[in-house]
Design a protein around this ligand. Structure first.
Ligand SMILES: *[C@@H]1O[C@H](CO)[C@@H](O)[C@H](O)[C@H]1NC(C)=O
Ligand SMILES: *[C@@H]1O[C@H](CO)[C@@H](O)[C@H](O)[C@H]1NC(C)=O
Length: 376
């Protein structure tokens, strides 16, 4: 009788099963809605806001590759990150997510940079790392070290800026020719990144530039204005002076308040890995590259994009030629940014930087890709 009057009611012992089926359907629909591909699934998972610091994980169980073999994130947290003023908030791969324990203000960032840059410099770039800075340069011994001395301060043959008066030619160049102007197919990665993330009407800053291929790639992608921060004085072709300009790093820093929070995008390729190694006559500073990242963060608008390329591999330093960025130093470099994509230059689409790809070369081997980061 009861069953007849309520034909669609089911016996209460089935309720738990119904609940489980219902939940399963809901989750499936949510994920299908987002997208079918594994890639979007992964992105949607990483977009979920996790409490900070991440609870209930044992960092001892997560290992990353260093030149000394696999080391737990817990060990790196204690022996490296905390000594630099960072700590791991999420055990992500191939780059742990870290936060800065006491982030300096922009005022402090630019003030410290200016103070260091005004110290008197030796006549020749130092041939070895000063003993008292050794631990900082070597990430407390989790970075490999080899000798590769280059003096670009006093050298007459040193690279000179080129093609800044040939802009009306360069603006017509296609992908491989323009992207490949200075760094072969590695450099094409920044061209591809700027075409995947269009820059229509946007204003940006380029850090360190001998040839204007990054600037021209940005203009081709629709950018309306590009400022280049470069140690060499640049003579920009007259027809382009409405869109392009340049400034010396010291003047940029002295006037940083004019630029704070103003740029839609920033870009740098094969430059920041040299900061603080003295090779170009710059002051020896183990934190030189990290300071550059903080400066860039200060001048970007919230949500602004950073296109950045430097040698990637297993953490190492070839003194004084360059640093090679592995999981450890990358984590600190990326602080304050969300990692959107990576471009490798050998195909137009993004190419995930997996742990395997990051560590694909032997120690001191490297790949140069463009990472696309978004300021948080
Ligand atoms: C790193 O290694 C050097 C040389 O072996 C040693 O003198 C130094 O104390 C080590 N540093 C740390 C933090 O263990
Ligand atoms: C302009 O490009 C030509 C070749 O296309 C080159 O020979 C010349 O040196 C370039 N000029 C400058 C100022 O870079």
């Amino acid at each position: 009788m009861n069953n007849r009057a309520h034909p669609f009611l089911c016996p209460s012992r089935f309720y738990p099963i119904l609940l489980i089926v219902g939940l399963f359907l809901m989750i499936t629909i949510l994920f299908l809605n987002d997208s079918n591909s594994v890639r979007s699934l992964k992105n949607s998972i990483s977009r979920i806001k996790l409490p900070d610091p991440f609870p209930a994980v044992n960092l001892k169980e997560y290992k990353i590759k260093t030149y000394r073999g696999y080391v737990s994130m817990d060990e790196l947290n204690e022996n490296v990150f905390k000594k630099f003023g960072y700590e791991i908030t999420r055990p992500t791969y191939p780059v742990p997510t870290v936060r800065m324990i006491n982030e300096p203000t922009c005022e402090e960032v630019f003030f410290a940079w200016q103070k260091i840059s005004e110290q008197p410099q030796p006549k020749f770039p130092p041939k070895t790392i000063p003993a008292e800075r050794m631990n900082e340069f070597l990430l407390y011994n989790y970075t490999a070290l080899s000798d590769w001395y280059i003096n670009d301060k006093n050298s007459e043959k040193g690279e000179k800026p080129r093609n800044w008066e040939n802009l009306s030619e360069l603006i017509k160049w296609p992908r491989a020719k323009l992207g490949g102007l200075a760094y072969g197919s590695d450099g094409v990665s920044i061209y591809d990144a700027m075409h995947a993330y269009r820059l229509d009407g946007k204003s940006g800053v380029v850090i360190g530039s001998m040839q204007p291929w990054v600037e021209v790639s940005a203009l081709q992608s629709g950018a309306s204005k590009v400022l280049t921060v470069e140690y060499n004085k640049l003579t920009i072709q007259e027809e382009f002076r409405d869109r392009m300009s340049s400034i010396l790093p010291i003047d940029f820093v002295k006037n940083w308040r004019d630029y704070a929070g103003t740029f839609d995008f920033a870009a740098s390729f094969s430059s920041i890995e040299h900061s603080g190694l003295g090779r170009y006559g710059d002051p020896v500073d183990p934190l030189g590259d990290l300071r550059e990242m903080l400066k860039i963060k200060c001048v970007l608008k919230p949500g602004g994009l950073l296109f950045i390329g430097f040698p990637l591999g297993t953490d190492s330093i070839q003194y004084n030629a360059h640093r090679i960025y592995g999981s450890i130093r990358l984590a600190m470099m990326m602080y304050g940014f969300e990692w959107l994509d990576t471009f490798s230059g050998d195909k137009e689409e993004a190419n995930d930087l997996t742990s395997d790809r990051l560590h694909s070369k032997p120690i001191f081997g490297q790949i140069q890709n463009t990472l696309v980061l978004r300021k948080l």
